[in-house]
Design a protein around this ligand. Sequence first.
Ligand code: SF4
Length: 104
Amino acid sequence: MYAGRIVEQAPAARLFGHVRMPYTQALLEAIPRLERPAHALLPVIGGRPPDAATLGRQLPAGCPFAPRCRRVAGDCLAAAPPLAEHEPGHRWACWHPVGAADAG
Ligand code: SF4
């Protein structure tokens, strides 16, 4: 979930092996790993989440994750992507999912 909305949904094995939503990808990258060198900095998601006080009201147009997304493109700012089933049993809300051609 991001900004109060489901942004990706799939069975766990599917999600971990075929992540599509950039926010989910960033969360998974932030998981501490034993194989990383000791004292290595954890990856972080830059920027800040939307203000929780505004979540009950209308969010601005566009994808709520856009200010923090490394795949953001112009269309991301125009309209929020709907949560839709793009592959059997796997739903995500993103115009430029992980694994697709680079956003541009
Ligand atoms: S719709 Fe655009 S800004 Fe939102 S997660 Fe996908 S690529 Fe990033």
